[in-house]
Design a protein around this ligand. Structure first.
Ligand SMILES: *Cc1c(COP(=O)(O)O)cnc(C)c1O
Length: 259
């Protein structure tokens, strides 16, 4: 975003300072952006950091297990294994859609976390919100459902795909978002979790105090305000996606003619 670039140049002289611990200005900006209480929001050095912290705070090695699809976003797997926690995985269906039943079969009383990515990476698979909703209701209350929405901005009508607007009804759901994709700030490392309040409190307490640096914080606040850049990013991406889909479609047809 050109606005973010200008803010980074203007604020570069601030780099001698530490950021304010917990990045309260950014958290407030996110709270206004989503209409969600700031007590639930934790920012991190990319949402990768939030994934790492959730695993470390929630899962006890030798006791708990973590459940995800296979394949899944690599960081769930790496951080779970690094913590010495058992990882259980249910294969995706052949068309890359989610087999909720086989995922649920892996869950037991010792399941601390279930990770689901929607829209999924790399397939783009994005189920209607009723599906993660049914999963959240089916899980034992002791199990946290982490819905990683790194790409949710690209899904069109968000209310049709995301539980973000109704978290009050789902006390065992956490949602992850990032500035790396639709905001175009991957290199600055900035992501956040919208967590159950108690978990947010624990995660905030163990997070290294300055993991989100002062320039990333300034950039994040500015990025939320640059709605023009964001709308254009989403438009261009959707256009490219449609073109790729048309191209794949033509190739399929050409192949079936040849056959
Ligand atoms: C990119 C991505 C992330 C991590 O984003 P960062 O905020 O850059 O750490 C998390 N989950 C998924 C599914 C991603 O694709």
């Amino acid at each position: 975003s050109p606005i973010v670039q200008r803010v980074l140049r203007d604020r570069a002289p601030l780099a001698f300072r530490y950021a304010q611990s917990g990045n309260p200005r950014l958290v407030e900006a996110l709270s206004r952006h989503h209409g969600i209480d700031s007590s639930r929001i934790v920012v991190g050095n990319g949402s990768d950091e939030i994934i790492d912290l959730i695993v470390r705070v929630r899962a006890v090695p030798g006791t708990h297990n973590v459940v995800a699809f296979k394949p899944c976003f690599s960081i769930y797997e790496l951080q779970t294994r690094l913590c010495g926690v058992e990882l259980r995985q249910a294969p995706l269906l052949p068309d890359f859609s989610f087999d909720w039943d086989s995922l649920l079969k892996l869950v037991d009383d010792q399941t601390a976390i279930v990770f689901v990515t929607t829209p999924d990476n790399p397939s783009g698979w994005c189920p209607p919100v009723a599906e993660p909703e049914a999963l959240a209701r089916a899980l034992p209350p002791s199990c946290l459902l982490v819905i990683d929405e790194a790409y949710m901005d690209f899904s069109g009508e968000q209310a049709a795909h995301s539980l973000l607007g109704r978290l009050d009804d789902f006390p065992n759901v956490a949602i992850l978002r990032t500035f790396s994709k639709s905001f175009g700030l991957a290199g600055l490392r900035l992501g956040y979790g919208i967590l159950p309040e108690k978990l947010a409190d624990f995660v905030r307490r163990v997070r290294l105090p300055f993991s989100v640096n002062i320039l990333a914080e300034e950039a994040g606040i500015a990025a939320l305000e640059d709605t023009v850049f964001r709308a254009e990013t989403l438009r261009v991406t959707a256009e490219g996606r449609d073109a790729a889909a048309r191209c794949a479609d033509q190739r399929r047809k050409a192949r079936s003619c040849a056959g």
